[in-house]
Design a binder for this molecule. Structure first.
Ligand code: GAR
Length: 227
């Protein structure tokens, strides 16, 4: 059994994805150690969740820094100081400067509420409805210098109903996000996933397409086999 993976979590809001990771660790299904939770918003729910769980939590305010780069340098210096093996963006809502992202490429992942490469950026639920899509979902991907464009590791899908609103889609997708993120972090914790110049490798073999979250909470490969 490898040593628990040291992770840092970046979050800006409510923190339900962080809570899901903490719960999975508590349940014994996620062998990680929380090195710290970092935020750009001092009053966000994620920081309270971290503190309640006894995880070191730090917020820096963008307003206290000269520009975006100065803020990112300060925040990521603090992140680096706790020596995480993996950085998990779980509802972190700021764009990170490319020079900073590049330093962490291959060891920073993000959860995004769309089936990437569709709907990068904001207001994904609203845009899915406006386009008339019948399927929506969430993706966990490596963070690269281009926004929401890094290699996708795994996705969760939900059907879009006739009566759906942006709010109902967000609400219905969220529990799938929680399972998806925990399952993906689990792959890292078990040292099974790695970035390559050609895409994501799982157990040393290149994934032909992102893994999919099945109804039972497990990740499946393109052939439906358990990842
Ligand atoms: C989640 O839905 C996540 O996918 C989204 O923010 C929410 C955070 O919720 N992330 C993005 O939109 C990133 N562009 P949480 O604070 O309850 O985990």
């Amino acid at each position: 059994m490898p040593a628990p993976l040291r992770i840092a979590v970046l979050a800006s809001g409510r923190g339900s994805n962080l809570a899901a990771l903490l719960a999975a660790r508590e349940a014994g299904s996620l062998p990680v150690e929380f090195a710290g939770v970092f935020s750009d918003r001092a009053a966000c729910g994620a920081l309270s969740i971290a503190r309640d769980a006894g995880v070191p939590a730090l917020a820096l305010s963008p307003r206290d820094h000269f520009d975006r780069l100065a803020f990112d340098e300060a925040l990521f210096a603090a992140v680096e100081a706790v020596q995480p093996a993996l950085i998990v963006c779980a509802g972190y809502m700021r764009i990170i400067e490319a020079v900073v992202v590049e330093r962490f490429e291959g060891r920073m992942i993000n959860i995004h509420p769309s089936l990437l490469p569709a709907y990068q950026g904001l207001r994904t639920h609203e845009r899915v409805l406006r386009a008339g899509d019948r399927v929506h979902g969430a993706s966990v991907h490596f963070v690269s210098a281009e926004l929401d464009a890094g290699a996708v590791i795994a996705q969760a899908r939900i059907a879009v109903g006739d009566g759906d609103t942006p709010e109902s889609l967000a609400r219905r997708l969220l529990p799938h996000e929680h399972r998806l993120l925990a399952a993906c972090v689990g792959l890292f914790a078990r040292r099974r996933v790695a970035p390559t110049p050609f895409g994501v490798a799982l157990d040393g073999a290149l994934l032909q397409e992102p893994l999919r979250l099945a109804d039972d909470g497990t990740l499946r490969d393109a052939a439906g086999g358990r990842a």
